[in-house]
Design a protein around this ligand. Sequence first.
Ligand code: CP
Length: 300
Amino acid sequence: MSSCLSSLLDLKTLSVKTIEELFSFAQALKEKPQSIRQNGETVILAFFEASTRTRLSFESAAIRAGLGPLIFDGGLKTSLEKGESVEDSLCNMAAMDPKILVVRCSNSVQLQDLASKLKVPVVNAGWGTQGHPTQALLDQLTLRSKWKNLEGRKLLIIGDLKHSRVAASHLELAEKTGLKLAQCGPQDFLLSDSKVPRFEDLTEGLKWADAVMALRFQFERHDASISFSKDHYREQFGLNRSSLQNLKSDAWIMHPGPINHGIEMETEVLSDPRSIVLEQVRHGVYLREAVLRMTLGESL
Ligand code: CP
């Protein structure tokens, strides 16, 4: 019996079985395209914040599934300029009867409340610092394609976990998949109220890990209380040819993007044979196609 997804706002509420179905469906879509829906159905991609990967990935996924993507990109030349609220905009989009509403927005939007009122399934495509479920799913799908089973494998997340929606979703997902997480970075950036073990020292963390994920240094989310300079960060926690000598030869290097070259990661890292940064992007299309199709009741 397959699972039908309703709204996907976080990963806490997904069962282990549904996650496994999503992974298997995405893997099958990667190996062989499936039949295309031909009913003139639409999906609205409502992006109130900047995006390259997630927006284009959902757009590709929609086209592969036969859903016409209608794109609201950033709000320029829209009624947001006349003072319409994000909430009113989303209610009006839902009234156009798309099959799914994919939303990227800030913390100030009450997405959970809104989704419970709308008659359209809502997919979170990055919601402030609260979560980015499809990013965590595609990251772990990429690792699963390497290892087959995530249970007991070790992922070190480096950097600004406190402000990272990607990290927030990985914590929720790891509870279900059995992936072991650890964190490494300056004190101001780490999760203090979490059970995720910490490495103060990057070298120790890299030796422990089966995979490592550098997070973006999120300038836009830092206030005056953050005392860490980017030069200091690069010196202590940056991934480069030298620091990566401490990583196992069969471990994997990841980044959700976009990368600040020369801060959390040097450009040379992308040509390390252990880098799977672009494989993450590729898996994103299939994973999101699986999310869209399962939301519409399809299964393998
Ligand atoms: N990883 C990610 O969310 O990238 P974008 O902001 O470009 O969508």
